[in-house]
Ligand binder design. Structure first.
Ligand code: TEU
Ligand code: CA
Length: 577
């Protein structure tokens, strides 16, 4: 089989969260025809590939990551004809479309689950994971007072949205597994019929002409079939199930089978969402010789500096840890597997708020610095809607402003049952909640920000009056123009695409500096993550008089240090620093 052209290595991928991108019919909900209105904008930005979060039929318990029909379009988003037109227009503009594959679980409203729950001998029963209660234990579904769980549940795993990962079903006297909400029952990938159904569905989308898949929690498909209890720690009544539901015993067998049955038959880009995946595991999922996926997303950078409640904290990001994590991914995969580069997606807070600065003096500077820092590394670059504007976290103060099921489930468990003070929890939600990335795209400063003429499904970030596409397109020094110019530079830069990576000043607490090397050329990248001036002791700056190829300050610096949130890249020939 001739080697596929790896177009996905050099592509700029732009993620659209359809609910929040552009509404075309005034119901306050983004939709497909809204996306069609903005395709020229994306083309002009320099986008090659669009990753579209789920638009399939869904009851929206988890905003489309709970699918009730894989081959139908969610009514709120439009029709299959709208989808077909959008796909045709995307291809007409020379762009590609990657869809979101969510096959670790379905919605509980999917016909398969409706059948499966009917009886123990239903032909679809084994499409899902059903288990007997623990012998002799009292069944107390939903028992979630502090320190308590439902001791009859088949094991002590927590759902990733908190609470037990098992839901009691009285009708057939068994529990079913749901690693997310109870409306998202896990599919049983041990069942070859399930795998066949999924492969046929993927092929059906392939024949429609899509260009690949982002694969939701792909590392979770294979569970340890003993379903052992997870380790109990820190007084948490639930055990740590991750070692038993991520990177499971048959995961690579399943993905290699998916590759044989489907992926290898199309010229696709595939990227797996790697819950629990480190660089070592990524070599298997995305290795050049693995015949599995093209690349993986990891979360070790966006989940650094956890607190006692995991990601629910308001800890500042530790830069030394951030440098270690990103550098480990660059060096471990070098020459063996392909990386993905992202700061934001629909599950994480806005990068400028998390890693840069919301201070109006520094917001744009730090947004540009973050782009220099990440996108001059090796790997396929991903940009999430609004990141190209330096959109910030939303300043919601009321719990009722939030829509995300994860936020409400965690609030319920940690505050209403766990006793954590409301104010404390609200700071954590503001700092790390997923809705920070899900407020409507900010197109202009008119009421509704150009997103919708109706009441949006989630409140706008009030700073849309200052931060929006229209204002930034009119200003050459905006984050928007910086992104556009950066990706134009990147597209033609071999050293960025091919060069090796080496971290510099690893212990420096405020500066992220690294160098890329390629055929005798060197690219020296230095980023100040702080609002203070930082000295730099890099001989390349003095001895080799390098050429500045990218910077976020208009005027040149003193060449010896970095101004607040300064990002800069120098190119020079010769030996390393
Ligand atoms: O998220 C993967 C996941 O495990 C989530 O717990 C995610 O890591 C967490 O929310 C980060 O704060 C994927 C999708 O991206 C997410 O939107 C879905 O809710 C989830 O799977 C279930 O499909
Ligand atoms: Ca709409």
């Amino acid at each position: 089989m001739e080697q596929r052209k790896d177009w996905w290595k050099d592509s700029l991928v732009y993620q659209i969260y359809p609910r929040s991108f552009q509404d075309s019919n005034g119901d306050g909900i983004g939709d497909i025809n809204g996306i069609r209105q903005r395709l020229e904008y994306l083309k002009d930005l320099g986008v090659d590939v669009i990753w579209l979060s789920p638009v399939y039929q869904s009851p929206n318990d988890d905003n489309g990551y709970d699918i009730s029909d894989y081959q139908a379009i969610m009514e709120e988003f439009g029709t299959m004809e709208d989808f077909d037109r959008m796909l045709e227009e995307i291809h007409g503009l020379g762009m590609k479309l990657v869809m979101d594959l969510v096959v670790n679980h379905t919605s509980d409203e999917h016909p398969w689950f409706r059948e499966s729950r009917k009886s123990r001998d239903n032909p679809y029963r084994e499409y899902y994971v059903w288990k007997e209660p623990r012998a002799g234990a009292r069944i107390r579904p939903g028992a979630a007072r502090p320190g308590e769980t439902d001791e009859a549940a088949p094991n002590n795993w927590a759902s990733r949205f908190r609470g037990s990962a098992w839901e009691w079903e009285e009708a057939t006297g068994m529990y079913y597994l749901h690693m997310f909400s109870k409306k998202q029952p896990d599919l049983n990938w041990e069942n070859p019929k399930v795998r066949r159904e999924i492969y046929d569905m993927m092929t059906w989308w392939g024949r429609k002409g899509i260009d690949g898949f982002r694969m939701d929690v792909i590392s979770m498909l294979s569970k340890n079939q003993d379903y052992p209890d997870g380790e109990l720690k820190d007084g948490n009544p639930y055990g740590e199930g991750l070692p038993y539901y991520a990177n499971g015993p048959r995961i690579h067998e399943f993905i290699k089978e998916m590759n044989r049955e489907v992926l290898s038959k199309f010229d696709w880009m595939t990227v797996g969402e790697g819950v629990g995946v480190g660089p070592e595991e990524a070599l298997d999922y995305a290795g050049f010789q693995s015949h599995e996926l093209n690349m993986m997303f990891h979360f070790e950078h966006v989940e650094i500096s956890p607190g006692p409640y995991g990601k629910w904290n308001n800890n500042p990001a530790d830069l030394v840890e951030l440098k270690q994590v990103l550098s480990r991914w660059q060096t471990k995969l070098e020459g063996k597997a392909w990386n993905s580069l992202f700061w934001e997606n629909h599950d994480y807070p806005r990068a400028v708020s998390r890693f840069g600065s919301d201070d109006p003096r520094y917001r744009e500077l730090s947004a540009k610095m973050l782009a220099i820092c990440l996108y001059l590394m090796k790997g396929t670059p991903y940009v999430y809607q609004g990141q190209e504007l330096g959109m910030t976290n939303c300043p919601f103060t009321e719990l009722s402003d939030y829509r995300d099921i994860e936020i409400h489930r965690v609030y319920h468990e940690m505050v209403e049952e766990g006793g954590i003070p409301h104010e404390e929890m609200m700071t954590y939600i503001h700092h790390t909640g997923r809705d920070n990335a899900r407020t409507p795209m900010q197109w202009d400063d008119t009421p509704g920000a150009g997103f919708s003429t109706g009441v949006p499904w989630i409140p706008l970030n009030p700073n849309y009056k200052e931060i929006n596409v229209k204002e930034q397109q009119s200003r050459q020094d905006s984050v928007y123009w910086f992104y556009k110019n950066l990706f134009r530079f990147r597209k033609d830069s071999q050293i960025v695409k091919e060069g090796t990576y080496r971290l510099l000043l690893p212990e420096h607490p405020g500066v992220f500096a690294y160098e890329r090397c390629f055929k005798g050329q060197r690219l020296l990248v230095a980023c100040n993550f702080t609002p203070q001036y930082q000295e730099l002791f890099l001989s390349a700056l003095t001895e080799k008089n390098p050429e500045v190829v990218l910077r976020n300050y208009e005027e040149t610096g003193d060449g010896k240090g970095l101004r607040p949130f300064e990002g800069i890249a120098w190119l020079y020939e010769g030996l390393s620093v």
